[in-house]
Design a protein around this ligand. Structure first.
Ligand code: AMP
Length: 287
């Protein structure tokens, strides 16, 4: 017999008003809200964020919204994987409480043009290769934070630069939310989990391993080599891999993503490359 006492039903909201009303009631009874914003095509990386949110909060909200304003390439937006049925099943399995799944017109008015100036960090690395990307990210996260008003929001280290940008926005605007960065979930062979991995052909999948392999090599050799030598060797390793086209490999100060020297408090190696037709990113904290 099903145990109805323990069964938790995922509540689905598609409008911001209905979600706000529901959350108001929960907050009135002092429930804490953990929030995991996603673009769907959920995998174990997303699920690890949801599990942590569940451990640390009374109520866990996951949003699935493929945010048009963060795609500088319309074709990339069009082919972004959308798997809402499988996503809903996963969220039920992991016992998330609430799914917010709005349409575009629920989030944006026609032709919305405003942006937040977060400063230099948004124009480096990903910002350089995807102009306007972080404007879109801050727009949507600002809006989602205002709808959900979470106590704590969970983001992956996988998008290291995104975490820095959102932290900056939260500081600048004094938004009352705590941010937590969660470790990168990887496939057993080292490939960082990503919704985009679905697009990799069998050959791409093999070649894609060069990214995590190179990051690991840099981590293992960090103490014995200087930074220019590490960067040079990493660039050579990736460029030698068939079917892989490097956008950048950077060893950066973890606080602002400018080029690091070895005295920096936090140092991160970050990579972006096209593997076949699919653009992947990955990183590792070196110090
Ligand atoms: P996305 O759906 O790609 O926008 O990702 C939603 C959230 O999941 C972001 O905070 C990502 O950084 C995080 N995320 C994506 N992939 C991973 C991963 N492999 N491990 C941990 N977190 C991840």
């Amino acid at each position: 017999m099903p145990n109805s006492v323990n069964s938790i039903v995922l509540k689905l909201f598609t409008t911001k008003e209905s979600l706000k009303q529901h959350l108001l009631q929960l907050k009135a009874s002092n429930k804490t809200i953990g929030f995991v914003p996603t673009m769907g095509a959920l995998h174990q990386g997303h699920i690890s964020l949801i599990e942590l949110a569940k451990q640390q909060n009374d109520v866990t909200v996951c949003s699935i919204f493929v945010n048009p304003s963060q795609f500088n390439d319309p074709k990339d937006l069009e082919k972004y994987p959308r798997t809402i049925e499988a996503d809903t099943e996963l969220l039920e399995q992991v016992k998330a409480d609430i799914l917010f799944y709005p349409g575009v017109s629920e989030i944006y008015d026609d032709n919305e043009q405003w942006h937040l100036d977060i400063g230099e960090t948004e124009h480096l690395l990903e910002g350089e290769f995807r102009p306007g990307h972080y404007q879109g990210v801050t727009q949507v996260v600002y809006k989602l934070f205002n709808i959900v008003k979470p106590d704590t929001a969970y983001f992956g280290q996988k998008d290291y630069q995104q975490f820095l940008i959102i932290s900056k926005m939260v500081d600048m605007l004094h938004m009352p939310v705590k941010l937590i960065m969660c470790p990168i979930k990887r496939e057993p062979d080292g490939l960082a989990m990503s919704s985009r991995n679905i697009h990799l052909t069998a050959d791409d999948r093999k070649h894609a391993l060069i990214l995590s392999k190179t990051l690991n090599w840099v981590k293992d050799n960090f103490d014995s080599h200087n930074i220019p030598a590490l960067k040079k060797e990493a660039g050579l390793m990736i460029s030698a891999e068939p079917g892989v086209e490097l956008d950048y490999f950077e060893i950066a100060n973890g606080d602002d993503l400018h080029q690091a020297d070895k005295n920096a408090k936090t140092i991160v190696a970050l990579v972006a490359a096209k593997v076949g037709k699919t653009r992947l990113i990955d990183n590792v904290v070196l110090k």
